[in-house]
Design a protein around this ligand. Structure first.
Ligand code: MN
Length: 337
């Protein structure tokens, strides 16, 4: 039994770990697969503003229920499950209005609390979402990154009438692309990396554009008959893109932001008001994993192609080294426990 922890920034350690018997309304899950997220890399690098150390990282984990505590009725021993890493109080304003993902007491597994890069993880039963035993466990472990896309596209009300401009063809940009296509929207993807854009094409992008050639506005105009995209999603986390998005977007457009930059950015109020543009910050997901699991089980997404690299958990150093040295070669790197 092992766990993978960041003791302090830049110090990744594999430790011996113990099982924690589940208390009332808790379950213990034997982790089989866990994805590495950009935010795990940021915790390792010391650039995640929410992280506390030392921390067992990982929040994209799936496995099998190994023990259930008293009063648990939603899952049973031996069930395959994926874990929703969002823990909320249930009583604050945000929780009472259905927005538990921005709970005033928000605790995210792998960030505020110890997470899922460990052989066994004990979590509230409500956070263990059942998946079909036929669903490959690596695909189940993609439910959390897909829930990020589901949340931002719900907030922005994306549907088949929309033309969506997605900034960033990294792992999150690709989940946004797939969910937007599932909703029937037309999608244009912009990135600085030509290889990533090829990947976006393979995942169904209607148009791709290399951002650095400053061709985004002409590509977008061409794709939307000059009207501009009706939805813009920043999956690149670059603050200056907000000002660009406000220029490009169509009247009555919606912008979804996913990054956590702390750099100020100048925007022009007239650009927002004259077109009645709505700007949404989107964090984690509002209990959307069950919805995503339905999509994954129905086969309407292409999750397998997201998993390009799998490492044994013991080789976690090599997995992080690959992500940091060659980010455009990887989409989702997963650890096998
Ligand atoms: Mn993630």
């Amino acid at each position: 039994m092992i766990s993978i922890a960041v003791e302090q920034p830049l110090s990744l350690v594999i430790r011996q770990d113990q099982q924690i018997e589940p208390g009332p309304a808790e379950v213990m899950v034997r982790v089989k697969r866990a994805g590495i997220c950009g935010s795990d890399v940021h915790i390792l690098e010391g650039s995640n503003p929410f992280a506390r150390y030392p921390r067992i990282i990982g929040h994209e984990m799936a496995g099998v229920v190994e023990a259930v505590g008293p009063g648990v009725e939603t899952v049973r021993l031996g069930d395959s499950v994926v874990i929703d890493p969002v823990i909320s109080c249930g009583t604050c304003h945000a929780c009472r209005t259905g927005r538990s993902n921005v709970c005033a007491q928000l605790e995210v597994l792998g960030v505020h609390q110890d997470g899922g890069f460990r052989s066994f993880v004990t979590v509230p039963a409500a956070n263990a979402i059942r998946v079909s035993p036929d669903l490959p466990i690596g695909v189940a472990a993609l439910a959390e990154p897909f829930s990020i896309a589901a949340n931002v596209l719900n907030l922005t009300g994306c549907d088949a009438a929309d033309s969506v401009l997605i900034y960033g063809a990294g792992p999150i940009g690709l989940t946004v692309l797939q969910v937007a296509k599932l909703k029937g929207a037309r999608c244009i993807v912009a990135d600085l990396d030509a290889a990533r854009l090829e990947t976006a094409k393979a995942f169904g992008a209607d148009e791709v554009v290399l951002s650095k050639s400053s061709a985004v506005s002409s590509a977008v105009a061409g794709e939307t008959e000059g009207l501009g995209p009706t939805v813009v999603i920043d999956a690149a986390g670059v603050p200056s893109l907000l000002a660009e998005a406000l220029k490009l977007i169509s009247p009555a457009g919606r912008i979804g932001l996913l990054g956590f930059s702390t750099h100020p950015v100048e925007v022009i109020q007239k650009d927002i008001v004259s077109k009645e543009v709505a700007i949404y910050g989107s964090r984690l997901s509002r209990k959307l994993l069950p919805q995503v699991v339905d999509w994954l089980e129905s086969g309407i997404l292409r999750p397998e192609a997201m998993i390009r690299h799998t490492f044994a958990a013991q080789d976690v150093e090599a997995a992080f080294a690959l992500i940091r040295s060659d980010p455009s070669a990887t989409i989702k790197v997963q650890l096998e426990f």
